[in-house]
Write a protein that binds this ligand. Structure first.
Ligand code: PRP
Length: 206
């Protein structure tokens, strides 16, 4: 039996379509239920529906043999697992954004960066040797520069409509983001017979 952790919501629905295309009976993922463990009819697969940020944790600890999750979540988690495939869907970019005419700090000390991606932002600016202040937020990140809470944001841009609606623009594109297939390091060895053909089929169907 193979266990698969999936990020609840749109990512899980797209993942269900891909898994079905690969011959895995994953239709159950789309069922309207509050159950969090969903078994395929043949009981060969158990799917766990979890918050996106919890997918790397379930996979790292081997509770899930595999998982599908956004690259943004992987970067932020730093979990010890294998990233096997770029599945290409849910594509967007992780960007620095703000007011185009106010690129530098309004406080004239250090740049204040509002973000949900605290670890990723810290790593980015540390690698550049820039001393910044992170303002951790959980959503509506674009509000931070609009209200003066931060100078810039470090956030996902998909259509760009949220930035535009708030008078903001992309200042720098940092990472290409998309859904990724991840695998537990031990499972890849102990369940290679089951997992490797799944990876091969997924590669064909991307
Ligand atoms: C995400 C992200 C941006 C927006 C980008 O927020 O944090 O705010 O989507 O998408 P766009 O470029 O297509 O406008 P989400 O919708 O997840 O909500 P949140 O503000 O609660 O984080």
């Amino acid at each position: 039996m193979i266990t698969v952790a999936l990020a609840k919501g749109r990512l899980a629905e797209e993942s269900s379509d891909l898994l079905v295309k690969c011959g895995i009976p994953a239709e159950v993922i789309k069922s309207d239920t509050r159950k969090l463990v969903l078994a395929s009819p043949d009981d060969e697969f158990h799917f766990f529906l979890v918050k996106p940020s919890d997918v790397p944790t379930y996979v790292e600890y081997g509770i899930a043999d595999m998982g599908i999750v956004g690259k943004d979540t992987l970067l932020e988690s730093g979990a010890d697992l294998y990233e096997m495939l770029d599945l290409k869907y849910e594509a967007c970019k992780l960007c620095v954004a703000g007011f185009p005419d106010r690129k530098n700090s309004v406080t004239n000390t250090h740049l204040r960066v509002a973000t949900k991606y605290v670890n990723t932002a810290k790593n980015l600016y540390a690698a550049r040797g820039e001393d910044i202040e992170i303002i951790p937020l959980h959503g509506s990140i674009e509000l931070a520069p609009v209200t003066g809470l931060a100078d810039v944001i470090f956030d996902i841009v998909q259509t760009g409509s949220t930035l535009k609606a708030n008078g903001l623009a992309v200042l720098e594109e940092i990472y290409d983001i998309s859904a990724r297939l991840v695998v537990n390091k031990v499972s890849l060895k102990t369940k290679a017979k089951e997992i490797l053909p799944i990876i091969a089929k997924m590669r064909e169907n991307i």
